[in-house]
Design a protein around this ligand. Structure first.
Ligand code: GRF
Length: 321
């Protein structure tokens, strides 16, 4: 089995979700291990539990500190612990954009409502007041807009007659403890799941003008231009020729560029069998924290190298806005 993903959990209080994540990490098949529990309140209850379970902890009160400065220290602690992902579990701080950007695609949060309903506070009371039949909980990716990143999973929790915010919160918490480890495992599994990776590449490749999919030697490929005379700009490569990479092959500018990239960043690039000889590079997709923007940039670049002028003009015009 692949190495487990290293996760830092950020808390501010009780840490019951942290406990759920910690114990779920000990179950067979868990895709992650908890390398750090960090808090912005040295008295956060969850810290004592983490210590008892011999998980490293870090605490730094945010009081009297600039937001940037505090985020930086938390970032450093996560980094020093070797964390590849940050999981927010009742972390009651708004994070700076810089922090959020650095962990883009690698930071999750749990929010006690059925997002997009009720971002922010008092979620249970708002659901009750609105006469909703259900409250619930969502796990989502963190982006700079509060509680607005991609929702990765949800559980609905029925609202009973005479329900109070406190009684609903108690029941939602049971759902939270089930949902969070489950979604985290699933999300981490995604990066090694060829079906998911292919779907993402396909979406990006087909978003380029005049592109279409055509199988090549049993692998999905994408061509620019007409069905008849189009040229390939990308191939999907699922552990071909004994390599464990799941990758997309795209065109580089030259063999020198290809070799330099492979040498400088072997975790991100490789020289594929056969195709490598003609300047195609493998961009590795099954790795932690893959930046899809980066994949998209490569696809566009490779597409530009073969696309007809009529198509590149379209994208140049769009880029001006
Ligand atoms: C949970 O209700 C969670 O949804 C919200 O903060 C609370 C944290 O509780 N983000 P705990 O500290 O995990 O017990």
């Amino acid at each position: 089995m692949a190495d487990k993903a290293k996760v830092a959990i950020f808390i501010s209080g009780r840490g019951s979700n942290m406990a759920a994540l910690l114990y779920a990490a000990k179950l067979a098949g868990a895709a992650y291990e908890v390398v750090l529990v960090a808090a912005n309140d040295p008295h956060a209850e969850g810290l004592a539990l983490a210590e008892a379970e011999r998980v490293s902890t870090f605490a730094l009160s945010h009081k009297g500190m600039q937001r940037e400065e505090h985020d930086k220290a938390m970032d450093q602690a996560a980094h020093d612990a070797g964390a590849e992902f940050i999981v927010l579990a009742g972390y009651m701080r708004i994070l700076t954009d810089g922090f959020v950007d650095r962990w883009a695609g690698r930071m999750l949060n749990i929010h006690p409502s059925l997002l997009p309903k009720y971002p922010g506070l008092d979620t249970h009371q708002r659901a009750i007041d609105a006469g909703d039949s259900h409250g619930g909980v969502s796990v989502h990716l963190v982006t700079s807009e509060l509680d607005a990143g991609e929702v990765l999973g949800q559980v609905e929790v029925a609202i009973r007659p005479g329900e109070t915010a406190a009684s609903l919160a108690d029941r939602v918490r049971f759902a939270e403890h089930q949902l969070y480890p489950h979604v985290l495992n699933e999300y981490l599994g995604r990066e090694n799941d060829p079906t998911f990776l292919l779907e993402k590449v396909r979406e990006l490749a087909l978003a380029l003008p005049q592109s279409h999919e055509r199988e090549s030697h049993g692998s999905p490929g994408w061509r620019a231009g007409s069905e008849k005379s189009g040229k390939y700009f990308a191939y999907f490569n699922d552990q071909h020729h004994g390599s464990d990479h799941i990758a997309v092959l795209v065109k580089t500018g030259s063999m020198d560029e290809l070799l330099d990239l492979v040498e400088a960043q072997p975790q991100a690039y490789f020289k594929p069998a056969y195709y490598g000889a003609s300047g195609w590079i493998g961009v590795i997709l099954n790795r932690p924290g893959l930046d899809w923007e980066h994949v998209s940039d490569w696809l566009e670049r490779s597409w530009r190298a073969v696309a007809p002028n009529s198509a590149t003009k379209l994208i140049d015009a769009a880029d001006q806005f």
